[in-house]
Design a protein around this ligand. Structure first.
Ligand SMILES: Cc1cc2nc3c(=O)[nH]c(=O)nc-3n(C[C@H](O)[C@H](O)[C@H](O)COP(=O)(O)O)c2cc1C
Length: 458
């Protein structure tokens, strides 16, 4: 596929806009048309996110049915809940004698004690437990303000820090407030599919702790857009974070703490495995979930009619296993369609050394975590250069420290996402990463995150 053909297709779609508009309702038709054209005529949709998807196709032959979760796992779960409650009680006693900031720091550190217990559980059960705990508010809440050097504005949304939780952790938007409350600058829920689907048989998440890595072949398990929209609507209302775009004015009362800017919420949309109309799936996702999102992740962008607050920014997430030509094509399309951002990257289907030497490397699935850091940062840098810094990029893949986040920013990322490092490190990692990142910026003389974006590409 050449980028010239892509660009021609896009221009053609603009010429035929009027015909389409007369047949469908106004500008939605335009969006539908562009998405359909993008999905039908280009290979891009197959390339983006291929890291996870490619390996989840045709899995049934190699995976023999769902395995039953063991009773031992249930017992370990109870033990863990007990330990958490114990810590909370001890925390409550401590809270009565120290100030809020100190207590908050203590609570985050205390999670380091609980965290190793999760390693005893099957990976998916541990993950469910973490989501439940966050949904019930059984996780620490960040009360301390982020260092001002970490604040930035992207797409007109204010981020109090650039570190977000990547898609796949809260697939069904069950624990938004709890997770954002941990101090992430933003959270991406999903991937959400139009119809509910179970994903691949379990086990489908495999840990490789020696390398700080995970292999997963979840296969886009999702409760579906209706259920996620209901949950978002009931709990959080139409988000479109008014506050994130317009933080409340600072109070005149000096004794009063400044109001913390709430985190930004992204929604990652996917298609159903058995769909024959990929574009239609994305359009359904856009329609149903846009009112609740600060940004959406999917494959195409054009004009569409929205309320006063405007459409949520649209981003594309790409795989790290792309050729130079693929990257050039995607950059050309991203610039032509005026995409609002690219997320670089998803998991890799490769097994770089030393991962390949472990038996678990044989498992089908996308590899995430530390071994993904270099390849994903390399393509991030390439994409920043190809798009000439004109499109905000989210750097994702193998970030496990503030220094790593800083490297992603220097390579061209305006924002950074983590998943695997959070799964291993737990809540304590977040304040630690933010403090480290602030230090790195100050050390090198940057006054803001914005100043450091793309510093290694200049
Ligand atoms: C268990 C698991 C499930 C994931 N599910 C999704 C998903 O549903 N949609 C998506 O776009 N990315 C998904 N990802 C990919 C992450 O969002 C992220 O791109 C990738 O893990 C690389 O970041 P990391 O090295 O910090 O983990 C998943 C990753 C893992 C480990």
């Amino acid at each position: 596929m050449g980028s010239r053909k892509l660009v021609r297709d896009i221009f053609l779609s603009k010429q035929t806009k009027k015909v389409v508009e007369s047949r469908f309702s106004s500008i939605l038709a335009n969006r539908v048309f562009v998405i359909r054209r993008f999905c039908a005529q280009n290979e891009l949709p197959n390339k983006v996110e291929q890291g996870t998807k490619a390996v989840t196709e045709n899995l049934s032959e190699r995976v023999n049915g769902a395995s039953k979760e063991s009773e031992a796992s249930v017992k370990k779960g109870r033990l863990l809940t007990g330990a958490t409650i114990g810590l909370l009680i001890a925390g409550g006693a401590y809270a009565s004698i120290v100030d809020e900031g100190t207590f908050c720091g203590w609570l985050f550190s205390a999670t380091k004690v609980v965290n190793p217990f999760f390693a005893f559980l099957d990976a998916e059960r541990a993950h469910r437990l973490a989501i439940k705990a966050a949904a019930l508010g059984l996780v620490p809440k960040e009360k301390r303000l982020d260092p001002s050097i970490l604040g930035l504005e992207v797409w007109g949304r204010k981020f109090s820090n650039p570190i977000g939780l990547a898609a796949g952790f809260d697939k069904n938007a069950e624990a938004i407030e709890g997770l954002l409350g941990l101090g992430f600058g933003f959270l991406e829920v999903g991937s959400v599919t139009p119809m509910p689907q179970g994903g691949n048989p379990k086990p489908r998440i495999f840990r490789l702790p020696q390398e700080g890595a995970i292999i997963n072949r979840c296969g886009f398990n999702s409760e579906g857009i209706t259920s996620v929209a209901k949950r978002l609507g009931a709990q959080h209302g139409k988000r479109k974070l008014y506050e994130s775009a317009n933080p409340p004015p600072a109070s005149d009362d000096e004794d009063e703490q400044p109001v913390k800017v709430p985190g930004v919420l992204g929604i990652n949309l996917a298609k159903n495995k058995t769909t024959e109309d990929a574009a239609g799936d994305f359009v359904q996702g856009v329609y149903t979930l846009s009112p609740y999102a600060d940004y959406l992740v999917l494959y195409a962008r054009d004009q569409m009619q929205w309320g006063e607050e405007g459409p949520p920014p649209l981003l594309v997430k790409i795989a790290p296993d792309l050729s130079k030509q693929d990257l050039e094509d995607i950059a050309a399309v991203a610039l032509t369609l005026r995409l609002d951002g690219l997320i670089i990257s998803n998991t890799t289907i490769l097994r770089p050394d030393p991962v390949s030497s472990y038996p678990v490397a044989e498992e089908l699935g996308g590899l995430s975590g530390k071994p993904l850091f270099s390849p994903s940062t390399n393509i991030l840098k390439e994409m920043y250069i190809l798009t000439r810094g004109k499109i905000p990029l989210i750097g994702c893949g193998g970030v496990s420290s503030g220094e790593d986040a800083y490297k992603k920013i220097r390579a061209g990322a305006s924002l950074v996402q983590i998943y695997t490092a959070f799964a291993y490190g737990g809540p304590a990692l977040i304040p630690q990463m933010k403090a480290e990142l602030a230090k790195c910026l100050e050390r090198d003389g940057f006054k803001s995150v914005r100043e450091a974006v793309g510093a290694d590409c200049r």
